[in-house]
Ligand binder design. Structure first.
Ligand code: SF4
Length: 451
């Protein structure tokens, strides 16, 4: 189905398929979306900020969850070769050099040439059925990870509602932690949510016929009754839809819950995406709520059951993860060597916001030591049959980043301010979560006490 030819470079693909349509055309604006049903917001890929969907419009037409007036206007702009401002991430990269590749080709090439031409030629006021969708039913979650916030976790909401907002933070991202983000969940869990109702209506009538990939995210999606309802639909309607199903889960589940999940997805060829980026106690400190042994045991249980097609571990590389990331990757390799190269893949995604938790805030020695350990890891495994090329590229990219990048993003606060926020945040995190930074990250004791 991909529209990129194997022999083509990404630049050649962009010139042949996108530039011949317009200077700003991107297939994601028509065929891809993330939709947060708890707040009724949507966006076309993860770069543009989300915007609100009108309740009146979804009541009249469920596909308005994706086909909003804003997206239709942006599609018209792309057809005219103008640049929607929300896609600034791509324009900045493309303006940096004539050959720089933004996400536009990557996000378009997953659709066929015919689909892309149809999109380009479609009157912009027409509704389009999605091909790839990420959906969140609500923000219920049993974890409250340090780099997450109340918009995505009810456990974070409880922290803020019980103890008040975090105080004394000055750099970007501080507002993640100052209030309970009630706009992220505008309907109570027992209320009728018109966005959820519209989604199921759209799913039953059209979406299950056209959607190629559906990824359910959260919160923790397995804590939402709507996720189980959807799994039930797949079981009862086998063969009716070709949609590939994927679920993001923190896998913070006891034996009974994981067995229930295995039972529900048997035969559905589901892929599971889960998150972790550090080993043992370090991981438990960063991802508050995690029991590392249970999490790893659940990975094994899932693969052993044969009920899931593939596991994906998404690592969010934050400052504190650097101390045990190499050991964590070794643990992932143990898994791959036991269950096969394709049983599990990992991606290393470098955290930029909140910038005081970025790896660039760590002392130089810690960053360099992590880079050296990652090089040793590559020497040991690069030529083995267990690493995917994409995993090797992600490790190399991180080594480069740790050595060369000095600030989390353009316009970030100075390193002094970021370090102060780092300490101010973790002092309060310790008190609220009954943790002790120095006991876990004793290697950072002198640096931390010196801030
Ligand atoms: S142009 Fe870039 S930012 Fe806009 S939808 Fe496409 S990939 Fe996303």
């Amino acid at each position: 189905m991909r529209s990129k030819r194997p022999e083509e470079s990404f630049l050649e693909y962009k010139q042949r398929v996108l530039d011949t349509k317009s200077a700003s055309f991107c297939g994601a604006k028509w065929y891809n979306a993330t939709i947060w049903l708890g707040s009724g917001q949507t966006t076309s890929c993860h770069h543009p900020l989300p915007h609100q969907v009108s309740v009146e419009q979804v009541l009249a037409n469920p596909s308005a969850l994706h086909n909003t007036p804003q997206k239709k206007e942006q599609r018209a702009q792309m057809q005219r070769g103008e640049r929607p401002t929300g896609c600034e991430y791509c324009w900045r990269i493309e303006d940096s050099s004539a050959t720089a590749i933004s996400d536009r080709p990557y996000k378009s090439m997953i659709f066929s040439e015919e689909e892309l031409s149809d999109a380009f030629n479609l009157p912009p006021d027409r509704d389009v059925n999605l091909r790839t969708l990420e959906i969140a039913f609500d923000r219920t979650c049993n974890f409250a990870c340090s780099y997450c916030n109340p918009a995505f976790s009810t456990t974070w909401v409880r922290d803020i509602k019980t103890n008040g907002g975090y105080s004394g933070l000055h750099s970007d991202g501080r507002n993640h932690y100052t209030h309970s983000h009630d706009a992220s969940q505008i309907y109570g869990y027992t209320d009728t949510n018109p966005y959820v109702e519209a989604f199921f209506k759209w799913w039953e009538t059209d979406l299950h016929k056209t959607l190629r990939e559906l990824r359910i995210t959260g919160g923790e999606p397995l804590m939402s009754g709507h996720t189980w309802k959807l799994l039930e639909w797949f079981k009862e309607n086998r063969g009716k839809s070709n949609t590939k199903l994927a679920i993001n889960s923190n896998l913070g589940m006891d034996d009974k819950q994981i067995d229930k999940f295995i039972d529900a997805v048997k035969g559905l060829e589901v892929e599971v995406y889960t998150s972790c980026e550090a080993y043992g106690e370090d991981a438990e400190y960063i991802r508050d709520g995690l029991n590392y042994k249970q999490w790893f045991g659940n990975l094994v249980k899932l693969i052993k059951s044969g009920a899931v097609k593939q596991l994906h571990v998404m690592a969010t590389i934050n400052g504190l993860s650097l101390l045990s990331l190499p050991k964590f990757l070794e643990h992932m390799m143990d898994f791959k060597m036991g269950w096969g190269r394709d049983s599990l893949t990992f991606t290393l995604n470098i955290l930029r916001f909140p910038s005081f938790q970025s790896p660039t805030v760590m002392p130089f020695g810690i960053r360099e030591e992590c880079a050296v350990e990652l090089e040793k890891f590559l020497t040991k495994f690069e030529d083995s049959k267990y690493l995917h090329q994409m995993e090797i590229e992600h490790i190399k990219r991180l080594i480069e980043y740790l050595r060369n990048v000095k600030t989390p993003h353009d316009g970030a606060s100075s390193i002094d301010i970021l370090e102060k926020d780092f300490k101010t945040f973790y002092e309060q995190y310790d008190q609220r979560r009954n943790k002790k930074f120095i006991d876990t990250f004793w290697l950072l004791e002198d640096w931390y006490n010196g801030i």
